[in-house]
Write a new protein. Structure first.
Length: 330
């Protein structure tokens, strides 16, 4: 069974084999990448890496056997040259934006990946909405704007969504893309960074526009939000979310979210990157990984993954223990 089929089965809550996608930070790829590419050698992967078709992070992902591959479509960022945006009060105008990336190169890359590898292709956009807002002002000023400069903040959020919709439409036409991940961290370790009412009033409408557009093109919606976000789980389900990442066990009770939401959502993550992976021993990594996989994959709806990208505080031995344990369930 192909990686694409395994992920689709998981998202459709079919029992059976459990796919995995173990993501690694750029720093950890720089530290461990050559060793991983040697230990999990794949000639096709090395040819594509050396040919500049895929980057080193993608090469490592394919080499270790991930069933899901993250790809980065052209996107946009702020083009702010005026220091007034970082002052206590926002200026009376909105910031400029600038696009980046090549559609021709992106489409060629994902076409090649689809032809050569049996992976589920996830177009990944971190900083898609809420984070884009606070990138423009700084998080402290942005939160103050939510409370005290609401009209300006709403105009900023509307601008972000308008820009996002255009950029999404530019690549959603690609048949190779299976799903889109939108990233905005709404949670802290203890709860939402804003009130649920604020989320519903100012963030949720824009999210709905994005999810509806992605669904229109027949793609699945993934969301990345760190932290404890229980208070808006029902909102995300109402919006049409298919899969939640990264599901941090330090602040999200895995048993609770699986029992309460497991029939409505799929989950991607859950293996501790704050405790076990950086500070445990390989046997402890294997034990926790098996425990999480068996809990979260009951009745389908789970992609094995760490609760964040692997960082350089995780030993090579622990990383390999996670990879080899994930392989046991496929």
């Amino acid at each position: 069974m192909s990686g694409q089929e395994l992920i689709k089965n998981a998202l459709n809550h079919k029992n059976g084999k459990v796919p995995y996608s173990i993501m690694i930070t750029t720093e950890a790829v720089n530290l461990y990448g050559d060793r991983l590419l040697a230990d999990y050698h794949n000639e096709q992967v090395m040819q594509d890496l050396n040919g500049g078709i895929i980057n080193k992070s993608q090469a490592v992902s394919l080499a270790i056997g991930n069933h899901l591959l993250h790809v980065n479509p052209p996107w946009w960022s702020w083009h702010i040259t005026d220091g007034a945006f970082y002052g206590e009060d926002p200026p009376d105008y909105l910031p400029d934006t600038i696009g980046h990336g090549s559609y021709s190169e992106f489409f060629a890359q994902i076409k090649h990946i689809r032809e050569r590898y049996d992976v589920y292709i996830l177009a990944t956009i971190y900083g898609s909405h809420w984070e884009k807002a606070y990138f423009s002002r700084g998080i402290e000023h942005c939160l103050a704007d939510f409370a005290g400069n609401t009209e300006w903040m709403q105009a900023l959020l509307d601008l972000i969504i308008r820009k996002n919709i255009v950029m999404l439409e530019n690549f959603l036409v690609a048949p190779e893309i299976d799903a889109v991940l939108l990233g905005s961290d709404w949670g802290t370790q203890r709860g939402l960074i804003m009130s649920p009412e604020c989320f519903r009033r100012m963030i949720k409408p824009g999210e709905k526009q994005e999810y509806d557009l992605i669904k229109k093109y027949g793609k699945k919606v993934f969301v990345h939000s760190c932290g404890e976000i229980f208070e808006i789980m029902d909102d995300l389900i109402e919006l049409g979310l298919d899969c939640l990442n990264p599901v941090q066990p330090e602040c999200m009770d895995l048993s609770l979210i699986k029992s309460k939401y497991g029939s409505k959502l799929s989950f991607y993550g859950g293996i501790s990157t704050q405790l076990t992976l950086p500070f445990g021993k390989p046997d402890e990594v294997r034990a926790e990984s098996r425990k999480v996989i068996e809990l979260m994959s009951e009745s389908g709806g789970y992609i094995t993954a760490p609760s964040q990208e692997i960082q350089i505080d995780v030993s090579y031995e622990n990383l390999c223990a996670l990879i080899e344990t994930a392989k046991e369930y496929v």
